[in-house]
Ligand binder design. Structure first.
Ligand code: ATP
Ligand code: MG
Length: 388
């Protein structure tokens, strides 16, 4: 029995004249994700994209991959039947046997886009439903809230039959909103922030600041692992590792202790911005959340914000830690994020950081340190790894 995948694109359907453009970005993303699953043909008809493999392709593996692709609202595997009623009955009973046995209630939903098919939707529903009831006598019809919706779609080139549609990853296709740089620590918040913005169609690059020997090789490995988990959704991420030791040591030497963290955050922004601009990014992304720590009070965030001219997206800004954790569990980054390795943010942390810093005072401390050259060098010398 031939099996295909049906993709429902969610928000894309609302994009009017741009829809074709969004759709082609999504198809390109899906193709890349299915490279090692076989040869697939993608066909867009109205709000559905059919994904059809040749005889050597692995449809189940492809289906697993597509669950993570942004822009997809729903997806289902479907069997292809001939365009006659007997074939529709036989295929439904055979292909959906397991689901029909498990369900207590069902309904049939028919869509007939090929108007030359001699039976109308109500007839297809009634007759297919009748056959199902005769073969699976434990079932009852429930048109309002059935366990299983059997969908029969009569299309130009065949009839697609499938059970319940699975919810897709949602959002917009990665790349359709441009490109941005996520500042990746090893914590809980930044992978979530990156995931949230990729979901809105941003292609990501990653920037991680490491301060060896204060931070270890394991901390960097953890960041790579987290980036890999985000890339499962966003597609490839070019991850830059910036050596921040010299800058941090200088901050410690020349700046007042209560401003250490703020000057460091500003210099992170400035360094990140140089890399982001070189990579053609239109924004920076952080995992900051209002009032989470001293460097994330309103005044502290204003100081950090002023250091960058690119827009800074902070999708976690209004979220409680528990809400951020809920997403990190869903996207499977939580267990990695809570591994203990030290981040450079916790090196040289002041005992009493300023929670209501004065921007001019912070800028003066930064100017006294004369960091411009060091920042440029750190950005230039950053190395990168490609994470898939
Ligand atoms: P958590 O709060 O769970 O420890 P976090 O990722 O939010 O993790 P914070 O210390 O709160 O870490 O830092 C705020 C934001 O600054 C992070 O979300 C991240 O975007 C950025 N950041 C912090 N440390 C680094 C780092 N070493 N490299 C790159 N970005 C960093
Ligand atoms: Mg945080």
């Amino acid at each position: 029995m031939k099996e295909i995948i049906l993709i429902k694109n969610g928000e894309l359907a609302l994009k009017g004249l741009n829809r074709k453009n969004f759709e082609s970005i999504m198809i390109k993303n899906m193709k890349r994700r299915l490279e090692d699953c076989g040869n697939f043909k993608f066909t867009a008809v109205q709000s559905t994209i059919t994904v059809e493999g040749d005889e050597n392709s692995d449809v189940s593996k492809a289906f697993e991959r597509l669950k993570y692709v942004f822009g997809i609202a729903g997806l289902s595997k479907a069997a292809v039947a001939e365009k006659d009623m007997q074939s529709i009955f036989d295929t439904t009973v055979e292909y959906l046997e397991d689901e029909l046995l498990l369900a207590k209630t069902f309904k049939v939903n028919a869509k007939r886009s090929d108007k030359s098919f001699p039976y109308g939707s109500p007839e297809i529903c009634a007759q297919t439903g009748g056959v199902i009831l005769s073969k699976f006598p434990h079932l009852k019809v429930d048109v309002h809230n059935p366990d299983l919706i059997v969908t029969v779609e009569v299309r130009d080139f065949g009839v697609y039959i499938h059970g319940n549609q699975l919810k897709g990853a949602g959002g917009m296709p990665v790349g359709s909103s441009g490109k941005a740089a996520i500042l990746m620590s090893g914590g809980i918040d930044s992978p979530v922030a990156g995931w949230m913005m990729a979901k809105r169609g941003l292609q990501l690059i990653g920037i991680h600041f490491a301060s060896p020997p204060y931070t270890s090789e394991l901390a960097e490995k953890k960041v790579r692992l987290l980036t890999e988990k985000v890339a499962k959704y966003s597609g490839r991420i070019k991850l830059y590792i910036v050596q921040f030791t010299e800058i941090q040591e200088k901050i410690k030497d020349v700046c007042p202790e209560d401003l250490f963290t703020l000057v460091m955050r500003r210099l992170m922004m400035k360094t990140a911005q140089i890399i982001a601009e070189k990579e053609d990014c239109g924004a920076l992304i952080t995992g900051e959340s209002l009032a989470q720590v001293a460097s994330q009070t309103l005044k502290a965030l204003a100081c950090t914000d002023e250091a960058a001219t690119l827009p800074v997206f902070r999708p976690c800004i209004g979220m409680d830690k528990s809400e951020i954790i809920e997403i990190s569990r869903k996207i499977d980054t939580f267990e990695t994020s809570i591994l203990p390795y030290e981040d450079c943010c916790t090196v040289f942390t002041p005992k009493h950081p300023k929670t209501k810093p004065n921007l001019e005072e912070v800028k003066k401390a930064e100017a006294d340190g004369d960091f411009d050259e060091l920042v440029k060098e750190a950005a230039q010398n950053a190395r990168f790894v490609l994470i898939d």
